[in-house]
Write a protein that binds this ligand. Structure first.
Ligand SMILES: [Zn+2]
Length: 320
């Protein structure tokens, strides 16, 4: 009896210690996926319909229950946007959610708050009543007005009045640039090393996630849920399953967009000299966390060099 009691006490002590350990800045790493600019222009390999079908299949195979798709309704029915509404509906039918990325995808710093909000409203009018719609707004280019604090605050206040929340991204690996480089390479007849492209894509997005994770711990002393900004690209359609596998291997749990946006960090509205970037970046800046607060491969020069060297096997000198 006494021995049993001692064993019990010992077991409880071990359990207590491991709970304590889990609270030092190391809760599980959690991340949700988001895809911007839907319906996007075509990439190097697929028609827009093929791309959507492959992306849906990839997400399903990867076990991603719910990703967020940020739509730009002004692109629907135009050029590659023909059939865009049906493709958006296909994402929703597959369990994903949709939200506002403005009607015409312009920079807030290049227009008035009133014009900007009219554009948001136009997108909301399209989204209204649609299945899978969430009250989230992702700023195009993650541009919250740059150094114009008055405009920034005017838009923030107006979004709130409309019941919209900032659909922040916290992880950015500039996947759109890799897609552009791929399209350019194919157009100019260059040979693409597809497995090297996959590796570069996956490695870059996982590194971007880990960068945000480390910066989050410095900023908040804990691990919030992260949201990665990806785009509706051929690269996503090709490699999303590989990406999710690599994230899991790296210790990440994939969560739904709903769960991620439930984290209290997504209610923040950092006050920084220039509001443009991921939430983690802005919050770290506001708290005075020293640079770098920006994942280095978001620097286009470095990203382009890596693409030229690793995917095109061009000597470094040939890259810009
Ligand atoms: Zn965008």
């Amino acid at each position: 009896m006494t021995r049993l009691l001692l064993l019990l006490i010992a077991a409880l002590a071990v359990a207590g210690a491991s709970v304590g350990q889990a609270q030092t800045p190391a809760q599980a790493k959690r991340i949700a996926l988001s895809f911007d600019d839907v319906p996007r222009g075509r990439g190097a390999f697929f028609t827009p319909d093929e791309r959507t079908a492959r992306l849906i299949t990839g997400l399903r195979r990867a076990g991603v229950r719910q990703a967020a798709f940020y739509v730009v309704p002004g692109q629907i029915g135009v050029d590659d946007g023909v059939g865009g509404a049906e493709r958006i509906q296909a994402y929703v039918a597959a369990g994903h959610v949709i939200a506002d990325h403005s009607f015409t995808h312009r920079h807030l710093n290049a227009m008035s708050a009133a014009d900007y909000l009219a554009d948001v409203d136009k997108a909301e009018a399209w989204l209204k009543g649609r299945e899978g719609r969430r009250p989230w707004f992702r700023y195009p280019f993650l541009d919250e007005g740059g150094d114009d604090a008055a405009k920034r605050d005017a838009v923030r206040t107006a979004l709130k009045a409309r019941g919209l929340r900032n659909g922040y991204a916290t992880v950015d690996g500039s996947d759109w640039n890799m897609e552009t480089l791929t399209v350019q390479a194919v157009k100019s007849g260059k040979k693409i090393d597809m497995s090297a492209l996959r590796d570069l894509y996956v490695e870059t997005m996982v590194q971007a996630a880990d960068f945000a994770d480390r910066l989050s711990i410095k900023t908040w002393g804990r691990r919030p849920a992260q949201v990665i900004v990806l785009h509706e690209t051929d690269l996503a359609a090709l490699f999303v399953e590989d990406l999710v596998r690599a994230l899991r291997t790296d210790g990440w749990t994939i969560v739904t967009a709903d769960e991620a946006y439930g984290d209290p960090i997504f209610r923040l509205a950092p006050d920084v000299p220039s509001a443009n970037g991921t939430l983690v970046e802005l919050a770290a800046w506001e708290k005075g966390i020293p640079e770098p607060r920006w994942y280095e491969r978001n620097g286009i020069k470095l990203a382009n060099r890596l693409f030229a060297e690793r995917v095109l096997h061009e000597p470094a000198a040939a890259a810009k």
